[in-house]
Design a protein around this ligand. Structure first.
Ligand SMILES: [Zn+2]
Length: 85
């Protein structure tokens, strides 16, 4: 099976499962590999973790969609700013 780099969009879609430890070992490896070289996604993961700390005992899946979209928008803004710099 050919190895393929995870895209940022795919990572965003997998991140809640990652935080819930619900990924297969292969998915987690690919995600963590992406995090090693993608600063934007590391920042996004940190935002998600910070949000989970704020909401306490709720699982990642309980984060409202609008909040997740807000984080995604912030993430995209971060990428844009990085490109402009
Ligand atoms: Zn990325």
């Amino acid at each position: 099976m050919a190895e393929r780099e995870l895209t940022c969009q795919e990572l965003v879609e997998l991140i809640t499962s990652y935080l819930d430890d619900a990924l297969t070992s292969e998915e987690r490896q690919r995600l963590e590999h992406h995090l090693m070289y993608c600063h934007g996604c590391r920042a996004y993961l940190e935002q998600m973790r910070a949000t989970l700390r704020l909401v306490g005992r709720l699982s990642a899946e309980d984060i409202p969609d609008d909040l997740r979209l807000g984080l995604l928008t912030a993430f995209r803004g971060l990428r844009k700013n990085a490109d402009d710099a």
